[in-house]
Ligand binder design. Structure first.
Ligand code: TYD
Ligand code: MG
Length: 453
């Protein structure tokens, strides 16, 4: 028997289901499953694909060298792209509405046009006059970028076919629609079909495309997740609304390292590059405070220092609160358990709050020791010595494990005026960093040394 068709799709993760249900079992999101009609009944009837041709693998490599990457000299952007824009590549830039995607891409369009690329910026959300006003406000009035305000993909492809740009920016993929797809713009079917047409266009016509995608939790608008596997590079533009800085993070990159970040600061005249993010993240920090610890982290290829803050207070609730912002709450629970089991330090009856200052998100286990230090410092109401950075991974046994790029972390700390570091034992550290480094082999020893417990 033929398998049943699965016309229901989760707009958050793209999982397909045979019938409607309130919750997607694949990603756990509620109210994201929508009905999707099959694409086109006639295979290959898409809008501009070149079919039925193969090329020998070797010829591709020997015939001609691939065209070089284009660098904007906006270092924060080039780094995240893996060293510049690759010709014919398809890039997705996702982010919350209002986070600054259009601003970023308009500035990027101008930067690419300055390097001699022919750039077309297609806005499906704003009229050309509005985009022009925005460009003027950002001081990009003279940039040689072509604008189009259009949402019908057939028209857009025709425009691109004639203009033959090196780079096309589509803002946003959720506003685009194909007349061959029988559902509303923004639906999973439309977003997927439009992304497919545009990535196919990129591969066959030598135009790079950047798709902008809004991430929303509501089911109506398809999250860019369904597009992620179609493109070469996925970048997320993140930041807290209340904070001035924004982070462009590569979560997938076929042409460069993932996990690379670019840091920008929001100003009245648009986004400005932040060449030294550590200084920005540590800005406004006072003297030694209980609960505050500086973590020497690595984001992508470069060291970034940031402050972890913990607050520990007697809980009025029968079940004390555990709250974590910018750090995985499961990992926080693990560190609390290790502190209790291996060091005999209980947090029972205490509310625990952990916060990464400035709205940064940390994913590295190398921050374990800094988290533990912040928790202990808050619990004991005792600050770490001034000018100290902390890093190291904690294992369930309570042992401290060496982490990657210890030297780079130390060098960055020294550059910013820190004088000492608490680090795990093992792992080579040369004297060059200029910091006094105290290497500790396990968590109980660390607790004893720093807090006399
Ligand atoms: P916008 O780029 O429109 O966000 P998105 O395309 O992600 O929805 O930016 C949102 C608002 O923030 C807009 O009113 C412009 C403003 N903004 C600045 O004033 N300066 C900046 O540096 C940025 C990034 C945005
Ligand atoms: Mg926008």
């Amino acid at each position: 028997m033929a398998p049943k068709p699965r016309p229901f799709v989760c707009s958050a993760c793209g999982a397909a289901w045979p019938k409607w249900q309130g919750r997607c079992d694949a990603c756990g999101a509620w109210d994201t499953i929508v009905e999707e009609r099959p694409l086109s009944q006639t295979p290959g009837k898409s809008l501009g694909a070149v079919r039925g041709r193969t090329v020998p693998l070797l010829d591709l490599a020997t015939e001609e060298a691939p065209p070089p990457r284009s660098e904007t000299r906006v270092e924060e952007l080039d780094r995240v792209l893996g060293g510049g824009l690759v010709p014919s590549s398809a890039i997705l830039v996702g982010g919350d509405p209002g986070i600054g995607k259009s601003t970023l891409l308009l500035q990027a369009a101008a930067a690419f046009s300055r390097t001699g690329l022919k750039v077309v910026y297609v806005s499906g959300e704003e009229a050309s006059a509005q985009v022009r006003m925005r460009a003027q406000r950002l001081g990009l009035g003279k940039a040689d970028v072509r604008l189009a305000a259009e949402t019908n993909l057939r028209d857009i492809l025709t425009t691109l076919e004639t203009a033959k740009p090196d780079l096309a920016i589509i803002d946003s993929i959720q506003t685009m629609w194909l007349d061959t797809v029988d559902s509303a713009p923004g639906s999973v079917a439309q977003v997927r079909a439009a992304a497919h047409e545009l990535t196919t266009f990129a591969k066959t016509r030598g135009t790079s495309v950047i798709l902008v995608g809004h991430v929303t939790k509501e089911g109506q608008i398809a999250g860019p997740r369904v597009v992620e596997h179609m493109v070469d590079t996925v970048l997320y533009f993140e930041g807290e609304r209340g904070h001035q800085f924004r982070i462009l993070r590569a979560v997938k990159n076929r042409f460069g390292p993932a996990d690379e970040i670019g840091v920008f600061e929001m100003t009245g005249r648009g986004l400005a590059e932040v060449r030294n993010p550590s200084a920005l993240f540590l800005d406004g920090r006072g003297g030694p405070t209980p609960g505050s610890v500086v973590f020497a982290g690595i984001e992508g290829s470069r060291p970034v220092l940031c402050e972890l803050q913990a607050l520990v207070a007697p809980s009025p609730h029968s079940q004390p609160r555990r709250s974590s912002v910018g750090w995985d709450s499961g990992r926080l629970a693990m560190i609390l358990a290790v502190l209790e089991a291996r060091c005999g330090l209980s947090f029972a009856g205490l509310d625990v709050y952990l916060n990464v200052a400035g709205g940064l998100k940390i994913g590295e286990p190398a921050a374990d020791l800094a988290v533990a230090a912040a928790l202990l410092s808050a619990r004991e109401d005792q600050a770490l010595p001034e000018g100290t950075v902390v890093f190291g991974e904690i294992s369930l046994s309570g042992a401290l494990r060496p982490v990657t790029q210890m030297e780079n972390r130390l060098k960055e700390a020294a550059k910013l005026g820190f004088r000492s570091a608490l680090a795990p034992a093992g792992g080579r550290i040369s004297e060059t960093s200029g910091l006094s480094v105290s290497q500790v082999s396990d968590l109980p020893a660390f607790v004893g040394e720093q807090f006399g417990a």
